[in-house]
Design a protein around this ligand. Sequence first.
Ligand code: ADP
Ligand code: MG
Length: 363
Amino acid sequence: MKTRIFRNKKLIDRDKEINFFLDWFNQLPELILWVYGPKSSGKTTLIEYVVEKELFEDFENLKPKGNWWVKYINLRRYLISNYSSFIEAILTPEKDDKGKKEEKLSASFNIGVFNIKAELLNEVKNKEKDLFKVLMEEIQNRTKKNRQPIIIIDEIQTLEDIYINGDRELLKEFLNFCVSLTKETHLSHVVILSSNTVFIDRIYNDAKLKKTSKFFKVDHLDKSIVVEWLSSEGYTEEEINLIYDYLGGCIPDIQRMMFEKKEFKTLKEYLEHRAFLAYTEMVDFLARENSQEEEKIFREVAKIIIKDGKFILKDNSPNKHELIKVISKWAEKEILFFDPLTLEVKGNSRIYEKGMERLSYRN
Ligand SMILES: Nc1ncnc2c1ncn2[C@@H]1O[C@H](COP(=O)(O)OP(=O)(O)O)[C@@H](O)[C@H]1O
Ligand SMILES: [Mg+2]
């Protein structure tokens, strides 16, 4: 495990994942890269690290490493409710800076937008020009100058249910654009991130996208890494085993434990408190949002997760449709995590599984 410093804080591990991205970017763009995994596993942090530290020589001054040309857009940072707010978010007009002093915008702002001529921007806004044609031209211009574009979009599910006009779905057209950038023209790398497993599942089961995509999972840390990390912070073997039993490899849960445990008499008491909170969250969701039938199915799934460490969605389960409905509902709530590639269902993080243990013996 290598510990790096990122934004004045420790970045734990991720050697394997960082190397994966660098290898990926050094190959010809052929497939869209989908990065998925449970909520809070560290996907956004990881990709931001790769962008700022591995793809740039000097990020603050936007000096790239080698010939990379990177656009990174986190859609969560904008309120995107319709097509024009999407355009506002990703396009900015070029300033004609003759005589005028341009205000210097931050690197993270600049990297998130395509800078195009004001006139062109107006044409896109008025739908006289197609957005994706304009973006394609912009990207072609970069490759002509021997730059290698990399486009990264986080929280892609924000684009669902947005229409360009009438029946043109923004997400569909955006994904077609991504296919043409990778598989068809090899002009640009495209990386798309999402925690929303229901969304990923839908994409994964779309035959065309499956053929044109690679799926890469960023999971919570493995136990060996947690052991290394917590040993270096001075925790004993016994404490580490206890922490891993309650929090697994969920980085923000472990970081929070480091801050909050002093408010409790013992480490065990703190961890029990966290499990209790996870338990009450589930009890509340059951009571408010689940029918009796859904509750029964959830409790069965939870029981198997506790017993076997995971529940596997089998093709031949008699109540497959009801199961999928309940699992999706709990995955949307970010309490369960469903991996569409392996069909495994687990707690979104380990603490929910500890909450499930309480559910099950209070059955
Ligand atoms: N490798 C890491 N080292 C240290 N902290 C991390 C690391 N990965 C994630 N975190 C912390 O965990 C939190 C959640 O991570 P985030 O990247 O937002 O997860 P995701 O995008 O998968 O939901 C962040 O606030 C971040 O500070
Ligand atoms: Mg994220």
